[in-house]
Design a protein around this ligand. Structure first.
Ligand code: BYC
Length: 477
């Protein structure tokens, strides 16, 4: 394993792929299928654009990327693992203290494969969800960013497919093929997790998705980066370095929309959403409804509050907690408890359960802390404009389909509602067809003049890789 990536090979890699001819041939067989999937399901009408993209050339924390114009189908999707750490051990669960595994432990094979497949499935799903958005981009800068996110999600699929091919033999190869066959939103063969079957119909949805849902990616990858199965840990460690940019895109993208709306409202001294819409920007209540939707479907991605799967993943050393090794406890958790919320009649109550069974909930709580900080940043833009509006995260039971709140209606402020109360008010809280139609009416074509931005979004503070904001980030040829 080297830190520099071998770009001489058909499949760029730092895992010495050429030494294992059988594996190399299997992956080279999968490669054209992947290219077929990219051609069918990747960004529309983008084949001949030259896009100013970063490509990983090493896995060192400093200077791992080069920036250059690339046609996306020619992007060098590679297999990149962070360097091994000498003497690494399993750091949690019943196997704590044993050497980390470099091969799949037989008794954990199917659980591990399930985790890798679930992670892998989200990557192509997000590309499918976003494939139409290039046609309505608000600027060349934003277009380049979505394409960067898309090619890197493709690389993350490669990362999981490498693990499946290298460590799981024939069923791993079958799973790798199935990853290219499922389709986001398909009735017969959908993606595995709920949020990845929801449409991403416009750029506000895209930015909310990259802010909320990519951040689930961060927390899940960080937990898998603690895995006692070392190849998975090393793969996820490098994926996390790429993921940071995706969340930056969401955080700043949604932030720029909020900023633009707040500026227009303040300048024109208006607060009524209809008047705000008339000025061609997205009113704050609509932004709040999008936030409510993306936050709640993303909370579902953490799984059930009380989960024997999660307990098994942890006890067997396959999936840790967020920043497991930095936590100060026994890392075994057989004695500890954790509070989970549940619905008891018309009330919400807290119940202490064994901490091992509540690991999904704990990860969800860690995640909530971080998204709150992002929403606070957006609110500062509203405050700066002197407006009395505040974006808020709804209660974590709001609009949930997985876990203790599934089957109940919880208001954004955390009250248990009857069906009638919910049906009477859900349009206030979740985007309606009308909201989507309005947002999409603002995004009917793409804005591609150098340095120009659509009316509904503020320009970014700086460009990419120290380039100016009016740089030609995409050439259409
Ligand atoms: N929708 O005990 P349960 C990312 C299933 S995002 C549908 O509740 P468990 C990215 C569950 O699969 C990060 N089904 O949960 C972001 C299980 O089914 P099986 C992706 C759901 O197993 C943006 C059953 O319900 N990575 O990277 O403890 C762009 C009972 O399971 C859902 C991972 O998720 C749902 N929301 O935990 C691009 C990490 N939730 O197995 C990329 C790997 C649960 O009985 N996955 N179910 O058929 C995991 O760690 C776990 O599978 C989960 C679920 C946390 C997802």
């Amino acid at each position: 394993m080297t830190s520099t990536v071998n770009y001489g090979d058909k499949i760029p890699n730092n895992v010495d792929l050429g030494r294992d001819r059988v594996l190399q041939r299997a992956l080279e067989h999968w490669q054209p299928q992947y290219m077929g999937w990219w051609s069918d399901m990747g960004p529309t009408e983008s084949r001949i654009h030259d896009v100013y993209l970063r490509t990983a050339i090493s896995v060192e924390p400093e200077g791992w990327a080069v920036f250059d114009y690339v046609k996306m189908p020619e992007y060098r999707w590679g297999i990149l693992l962070a360097p091994p750490q000498a003497g690494r051990e399993v750091n949690f669960g019943v196997n704590k203290g044993r050497p980390a595994w470099n091969e799949v432990p037989g008794e954990h094979r199917s659980a591990l494969r399930r985790l890798i497949v679930t992670q892998g499935d989200t990557e192509p799903a997000s590309v499918e969800q976003q494939r139409m958005l290039g046609m309505s981009c608000p600027s060349l800068y934003d277009l380049r960013n979505i394409y960067q996110v898309n090619v890197e999600e493709g690389r993350h699929l490669w990362a999981m497919v490498y693990l499946l091919h290298r460590y799981f033999g024939r069923d791993g190869r079958e799973e790798a093929e199935a990853l290219l066959e499922r389709r986001s939103g398909d009735e017969d063969n959908p993606r595995i997790l709920g949020a990845f079957n929801e449409p991403t119909p416009d750029w506000l949805a895209f930015y909310m998705f990259t802010f909320f849902t990519d951040r689930d990616g961060k927390f899940q990858l960080a937990s898998l980066a603690e895995s006692g199965f070392d190849p998975l840990a090393r793969t996820c460690r490098f994926m996390l370095t790429e993921e940071a940019h995706h969340m930056f895109v969401g955080d700043t993208g949604a932030g720029r929309i909020v900023q633009r709306t707040a500026e227009v409202m303040a300048r024109n001294r208006i607060e009524n959403p209809d008047q705000v819409r008339d000025l061609g920007v997205i009113d704050l209540p609509t932004i709040q409804r999008y936030l409510n939707f993306h936050y709640s479907v993303t909370l579902d991605l953490f799984g059930s509050d009380v989960s024997s799967n999660a307990a098994n993943f942890f006890a067997s050393g396959l999936k840790g907690r967020y920043r497991e090794t930095a936590l100060h406890d026994d890392h075994v958790l057989t004695e500890a408890t954790y509070a989970v919320s549940e619905v008891a009649g018309a009330r919400l109550i807290n119940r202490e359960v064994p901490a091992l069974s509540a690991l999904n909930e704990r990860l969800r709580d860690d995640y909530i802390g971080e998204v709150q900080a992002g929403v606070d940043r957006w609110n500062r833009a509203i405050e700066r404009s002197g407006l009395p509006f505040k974006l808020t995260l709804p209660h974590k039971g709001f609009n949930r389909a997985i876990g203790n709140f599934a089957g109940h209606h919880i208001s954004p402020d955390g009250r248990v509602l009857t069906d009638d109360e919910w049906n009477g008010r859900r349009r206030e809280w979740l985007p309606s067809e009308k909201d989507y139609a309005f947002v999409q009416s603002l995004m009917s074509g793409r804005v591609v003049e150098l340095g120009k931005f659509a009316n509904w979004i503020a320009p970014p503070r700086t460009g990419i890789n120290n380039k100016p904001i009016d740089f030609e980030y995409v050439r259409f040829n």
